[in-house]
Design a protein around this ligand. Structure first.
Ligand code: ZN
Length: 139
């Protein structure tokens, strides 16, 4: 997954998470993180960096628009489970002329500002913070 795609996808997750927290569909970032299998520190960080103002729906009946927004946000966040399981292939060229089929790596929480998924697998430098050179000779 290219850096831009990964960033965009992560931004969509963040937006959806903040929406649901704002409306108090989930009361705490941790509850939301657990429900969708997101890393706790990431969701906490998103929430801390927002204005943290809530507009609770209370017990009033949802308007059609509100329920649509909530459903959409849920779908976006459920997409994370899917993408986690079916990550794109690394695609780094191998010495036998083929391409690496391992899944790209999920970045640790502190790397999510660059997107949740790296563009390479663990073996091919997906976790390195530097810009990759043509070939990594280590290991
Ligand atoms: Zn690889």
């Amino acid at each position: 997954m290219r850096l831009e795609e990964s960033r965009e996808f992560t931004a969509r997750l963040e937006k959806a998470a903040l929406k649901l927290l704002k409306l108090e569909v989930f009361r705490k970032p941790d509850d939301l993180a657990r429900r969708f299998g997101l890393p706790l520190p990431v969701v906490r960080f998103w929430w801390r960096n927002s204005d943290q103002k809530t507009e609770p729906l209370g017990h009033r009946e949802l308007t059609l628009k509100q329920s649509k927004i909530i459903r959409r946000a849920n779908q976006v966040l459920e997409g994370w489970e899917k993408i986690k399981r079916y990550r794109p292939a690394c695609g780094a060229p191998l010495s036998n002329g083929r391409k690496c089929k391992l899944s790209v790596v999920i970045r640790p929480p502190e790397g999510w500002d660059r997107g949740c998924l790296a563009d390479r697998c663990r073996m091919h430098g997906g976790l390195s913070r530097r810009v990759r050179k043509k070939k990594t000779e280590d290991e």
